[in-house]
Design a protein around this ligand. Sequence first.
Ligand code: FES
Length: 178
Amino acid sequence: MSDDTQDHDGSRRDFLYLSAGAFGAVGLGAALWPFISSMNPSADVLALSTTEVDLSQIADGQRVTVKWQGKPVFIDRRTPKAISEAESTDLADLRDPQTDADRVIQPEWLVVVGVCTHLGCVPKGQKPSEQRGDWGGWFCPCHSSHYDTSGRIRKGPAPLNLPVPPYEFLNDTNIKIG
Ligand code: FES
């Protein structure tokens, strides 16, 4: 073994030793952080739990998908026809009875979590080219669940309507989900 190699190994051991010391310090900091952060959530932690959406970018009849807490949320700027179909539905025809008024803040805007309540697939229908099922809402191809224009389950194995997440209007054109 040459002197060069010994020097090299020596400096490498020093480096590893120093790194271990540094990681030890980081580990201590990481162990303390959850206690501090749970008492006083930072702004970026709070921001991750909400999603703001500018509705002015969405055209009449258009559907867009946004991400909220890792889940897809469907936003549908509903046409007058879609609204009237949702509002005129007889509650007796529904598996999970809910009026459309109970599921929207403004009838023009439907906001629902886009996760099928059967086994968690993401239903089709966000793009105009996709199937929307027999009631013109969404269709889950995994086991053929059909949702209406209010996101309510109408046919297939899914037991419940697409959930409405907590959200509020910040002004005429912006909502905050979460
Ligand atoms: S997961 Fe949607 S129908 Fe089964």
